[in-house]
Design a protein around this ligand. Sequence first.
Ligand code: NOJ
Ligand code: CA
Length: 679
Amino acid sequence: MSFAPCCAGLLLTMLSAAAAQGAVVRSPDGRIEVTVDVGERGAPQYSASYRGVEIMPAGALGLRFRTQPAFDRGFRVTGSSSSSHDSAWEQPWGERRLMRDRHNELVVQFASAEGPTRRFDLRLRVFDDGFGFRYEVPAQPGYDAVDIMEELTEFRLEDDPKTMAWWIPGRRWNRYEYLYNTTGLDAIQMAHTPMTVRLASGVHLSLHEAALVEYAAYVLDHRRPGVFRTSLTPWSDGIRVKTRAPFKTPWRTVQVAPNAASLIDSTLILNLNEPNVLGDVSWVEPGKYVGIWWAMHIGQATWESGPKHGATTAETKRYIDFAGANGFKGVLAEGWNVGWDGDWFHNGSQFRFTEPYPDFDLKAVSRYALDHGTRLVGHHETSADVGNYEAQMEAAFDLYESLGVRQVKTGYVGDAGDIRRPDASGVVLNEWHDGQFMVGHHIRVLQEAAKRKISINTHEPVKDTGLRRTYPNWLTREGARGQEYNAWGKPVNPPEHVAILPFTRMLAGPMDYTPGIVDLAFEGLDGKHRVPHTLAKELSLYVVLYSPVQMAADLPENYEKHPQAFQFIKDVPVDWDESVALTGEVGDFVAIARKQRGTSDWFVGALTDEHPRQLTVKLDFLDPKASYVAEIYRDGPEADWKTRPYDLVVERRPVTSADTLDLRLAASGGAAIRIQRTH
Ligand code: NOJ
Ligand code: CA
């Protein structure tokens, strides 16, 4: 599969005209233009414009090392080359099947103007939906072993009071599990990526990174008004990255969209990742799962052994019966293994990953699952003691493989910076969840799991940078405040939270949010903890928050009380041919349509924040030659998340691509729609 090459000639002409100042490259559609050159004192820099208007003024580029001279100033551009690419590739599973990688590439060579030669290249790829660049440092005298102390990359944004940002704080104890802030730039100190920004012009940007391997993640450090520097997460000894030349950094990415909804359709992050290295991945199985999980979060059961122990043989079999009867592919059982007794948040060294509690018959339970057309989903909670986990990891995966387990949920509960790992002499050191050590750890997990045809769902992970393309067994992860906060959060996730996630966290990749709580007000309507959504909105999450594995998170007995809502949860797929963001504003509302993988059926999810609103959704994504019937799960006339969250109406009507749907969304309401082709 490849598309006709285009624009290479045009690009080269442009380059020679601009050669005096540096090098310029444009997106295939010509709208995004990025210039790379050197500024004052020979400092490498880049800037960007969109539709002829500057969106990012000149921002610095560079690296500083512990013992070698820095790549920061005194440089000149010694050459550049460019090329155009247009190809297609396929996702084994995903929110869309066919991917188009169409970009113009520019490689700029920098060399120090004085003293011993220091060299690096900047490789830049400009797509219609944004751009990415990375440093490529060739082998050169004196740079064999390199400790990077700082990366100087800046993202400069216009310092305009009308610029808005959606962000969570970086380098704080709770990793990525913060409520999003909606503020001007001036309120930001350190922010995680993806960070989403709406410029005064209405253009939306998302700052992030792609293909984070053999390096540390970065947070955005707001150094001067509008100037954000990549602050790399350090090792326990303060060094940010330990490497050797030649090396290349992850891609620094800027997604650019004319409006909020288009940001969701961006494919930039995946296009900047390397192709699948695992070969045949037909064993990677997307699917829905249930599990012994919510019961612990709402305090009905415990992970630890004792009278309320959740993961008993009998209880797991009850969930397996339920999964088998309703078509769920997996049954998670948390708290099955020795180590949860006492203060499990802080006793990671106690976990035994091959030793079940006596009241959990691992073999019998996994056999029972296979006999009922489902599989046990494994669970490895490490409580951040990664040393303890790595010592047992291979045996732990061997065991699961021998039992037919195909998916393992991992967990790294512990404060950011408190990952425990022994050094070569056995001294326990503390690392960050997003430092170079953990970046490497997650790859080790994926490789060991892949050898045994096991896929991974990581909780308390490092942020997603699109590595599912390279390691398709990295199905999903947490990495944001998920449903669990509605069980015990102080406060719970507010109604706007899931109206922000699609435009922020979800731009990085799939999330195991664990939707599908149907007993929304489990402590009563006035309870401190509850799901602050209507039932229709909770259903919409299956379409809005993409993940190839989705949990039906509530208790079986609660689904039995809500058969209508449960029907949608059973029907909604998790794997798609196409996805289209129909409309949305960050933090206010969103509507997304997705076409079920391998069928002609579509699903739509729409949701709003605390404000009721009317959404008009055009069905022009449907095949114009076909007829369909829409099954609409919507807020009833009295629906309101506070007072009448269960007021759900389900209706069916014939539709075609010429129709529009007028959806009335209640306060914190939504709609979930299944559109089946009839002929
Ligand atoms: C935090 C995870 O996000 C949650 O899903 C899990 O139940 C607990 N850790 C225990 O592992
Ligand atoms: Ca968590």
